[in-house]
Write a protein that binds this ligand. Structure first.
Ligand code: ADP
Ligand code: MG
Length: 376
């Protein structure tokens, strides 16, 4: 199946609205080489039932408002329950967009003047001040790197770029082993030092480069959730590029329903619907963002130790965590670790994770005990 980017698939049935979201990676659109080779095979997340005519609203004054748009090179969708008159639709729409755009201006590697791009460009190895937001994301990224023994590593940026998944235009050929090897010394999360008072970071190598693509979307989801909470709104579903956070309940008091999509090329199949009131969920998949060359699929997830895109039987990993930023980073970490080591790692640290592993004929599911405890 070849899907167009910016494809929002909406099916309305008698009592449910199914929104299947197709990831929209701006860099694919900007990058002709990748764009021509990428097959959008569907997304991991489908939202279910934000509209339930048979279930009466909790209060006659409560309405559900939906907002969507593009930012951070992807799409976002927000559903929020509001009581009439408490806030205007326009105010919410702008507030949500501003919140996400602010994170983009801080953490994008595609915006040459983002806070992160400026940090990346500076060759100095002395301490550089950081905004509290950037400091927070870098800190969590470093924690996940330590936990995963470097499977997750935001200093992977030069390799991401070399493989054509970064902001630089990619050549119409694969990188050579020599090119990959040459970049490895500049990759390593231990080479980024952080201090909290005042928030600052120092590169141990002048050419250290940071890529926050695997964690910034999750952070932006949390920021939108915080924005809504500050307005006194506690019933919402926020999704950016497939990373989701839910709070409270749908109209009628039922939990939010989120469907995990089966990673079947060319089909939109629901693998599992989970129902939760308060949750932060992220999914990393091998079939959403990749290119194919000579029959080989090259994932946008890079093993920072080897310099090559991951190649194993893990189709996707979903993680539930206390916040979406953490879930986002952990999902990528486990994706790099692979089916066996990833499962062992998440079991050892009581991470709620669900693995879909290709078997050759289909796929099998492995869930950690922590996942099973949270999901009925
Ligand atoms: P997924 O949903 O597949 O996890 P994300 O967008 O969350 O996708 O993260 C993948 C992106 O993270 C890549 O496009 C790249 O920019 C960056 N990345 C690739 N490999 C790693 C890694 N090992 N650690 C951290 N970030 C990575
Ligand atoms: Mg991620």
């Amino acid at each position: 199946m070849t899907e167009k980017p910016f494809n929002l698939f909406v099916t309305e049935s008698a009592n449910s609205l199914i929104i299947s979201l197709f990831n929209q990676y701006k860099h694919m659109i900007h990058n002709k080489y990748l764009y021509s080779k990428v097959f959008f095979t569907g997304l991991v997340i489908i939202f279910l039932s934000t509209c339930q005519p048979e279930s009466p609203p909790a209060s006659p004054n409560m309405e559900i408002w939906k907002f969507s748009g593009s930012s951070m090179g992807t799409s976002y969708h927000v559903s929020v329950r509001v009581s009439a008159g408490s806030v205007t639709r326009k105010q919410l729409q702008q507030g949500i967009k501003n919140t996400i755009d602010t994170v983009d201006r801080q953490m994008s590697t595609y915006k040459p003047n983002s806070e992160l791009s400026l940090f990346n460009r500076r060759r100095s190895t002395s301490w550089q001040p950081l905004s509290p937001a950037l400091f927070k994301v870098l800190s969590v990224a470093q924690q996940v790197s330590k936990l995963s023994d470097g499977a997750f590593d935001i200093t992977v940026a030069p390799l991401v770029d070399l493989w054509g998944f970064g902001p630089s235009p990619s050549p119409d050929r694969l990188p050579t082993a020599t090119e990959i090897k040459a970049l490895l010394p500049a990759v390593g999360f231990q080479r980024l030092r952080l201090q909290s008072q005042p928030p600052a970071a120092a590169k141990q190598l002048p050419n250290l480069q940071i890529d926050l693509s695997a964690i910034a979307k999750g952070f932006a989801v949390d920021q939108v959730a915080g924005y809504l909470k500050n307005l006194g709104l506690s019933n919402y579903l926020v999704e950016i590029g497939g990373e989701v956070r839910g709070s409270g309940s749908r109209p009628g008091g039922q939990p939010w329903r989120v469907a995990l999509e089966a990673p079947v090329t060319g089909q939109r199949r629901i693998n599992r619907v989970i129902t939760l009131h308060n949750f932060a969920l992220a999914t990393s998949g091998d079939y959403r963002n990749y290119f194919e060359k000579n029959g080989v699929r090259y994932s946008h997830t890079i093993n920072p130790r080897t310099g090559y895109p991951i190649r194993h039987k893990l189709a996707s990993v979903s993680v539930l965590a206390s916040n979406t930023m953490l879930a986002d980073a952990l999902a990528t970490a486990l994706m790099v670790a692979g089916p066996k080591a990833g499962y062992a790692l998440s079991s050892a640290h009581a991470i709620a994770a669900r693995f879909l592993v290709h078997t050759g004929t289909g796929f099998k599911i492995k869930e950690t005990v922590a996942w099973q405890r949270q999901v009925d």
